[in-house]
Design a protein around this ligand. Structure first.
Ligand SMILES: [Zn+2]
Length: 271
């Protein structure tokens, strides 16, 4: 009987030690990886893409409390090249489509917490009701934001012909840079998260340094720069709890990948 007890104790200690080692490894991974948050609107509209301003502010407050510092995608890419950046508590805050509330609502809130963001503009929508004007874009840039492309016509790149793919990437970039070359547009968010191999070579030809997908996860030194993961933040009517969970989930996904386990592939195999 005493023998059984002793073996049970050893087994318990082994499991405890193994769990502690895994947890330390996870914390280490979090310190060396960069979450890229994906938002759309910050407004009181009642849909999943519209984050109410007061909830958005709670989320920024949470990041600040956790010690996160915002960087741009360009800074993340430059940090990888230098090979020295540990990315300790760095985060990229991005907004898709180019809504005017990014400048009028999100930017002032983020400023209070010392954060800047990246806005991916779909050129076709510029100055439509609710979308950014040149004035908004200039204001965002002046306040330290990164200006990125979301293609010209907000199209799924995997469905494009080679010719239209080239045009979408080239025209959106030059349209913004021709207005003000200091915009230095060289990053992209894939509309509908759609991309393929051809998109990678077109991005390279057109001088893009990074592109973000719609897949949940976080980014390390080794994440392919045209397939960066994001943390999709939706408005589900709840406050900071959902946000914290989504961030942790993306970190767990990234950590699993660092061990060669891809949760997306496993889910696809099980279906
Ligand atoms: Zn979009």
């Amino acid at each position: 009987m005493r023998k059984v007890c002793r073996y049970s104790l050893y087994a318990f200690l082994c499991i405890f030690l193994f769990a502690a080692l895994l947890y330390v490894d996870f914390l280490n991974f979090c310190r060396k990886s960069v979450p890229v948050l994906a938002y759309h609107r910050v407004t009181t509209n009642k849909d999943i893409y519209s984050m109410p301003p007061e909830i958005f502010e709670e989320q920024m407050k949470y990041l600040r409390m956790k010690g996160y510092k915002s960087i741009s995608l360009n800074e993340y890419i430059a940090g990888r090249k230098e090979g020295t950046a540990a990315f300790d508590r760095n985060i990229v805050i991005t907004f898709d489509d180019g809504y005017s509330d990014n400048n009028r609502v999100a930017m002032p809130i983020m400023k209070k917490y010392g954060y800047t963001g990246t806005v991916f503009i779909a050129i076709k929508y510029m100055a439509w009701p609710g979308y950014v004007t040149w004035e908004d874009v200039v204001s965002l840039k002046k306040n330290g934001w990164e200006i990125g492309s979301h293609t010209y016509n907000h199209v799924a790149l995997a469905d494009c012909t080679n010719e239209s793919l080239e045009k979408e990437l080239k025209d959106s970039k030059t349209f913004l840079n021709n207005f003000d070359e200091s915009f230095n547009v060289n990053t992209l968010a894939y509309p509908f998260g759609s991309y393929n191999e051809e998109a990678f070579s077109a991005l390279e030809r057109n001088g893009y340094v990074a592109a973000v997908t719609g897949f949940d996860g976080v980014n390390t030194m080794d994440t392919p720069s045209y397939q960066l993961y994001r943390v999709n933040i939706f408005n589900d009517g709840r406050s900071v709890g959902m946000f914290a969970k989504r961030l942790t989930w993306a970190q767990i996904m990234g950590w699993a990948r660092s061990w060669g386990i891809d949760p997306i592939e496993i889910r696809a195999l099980l279906q």
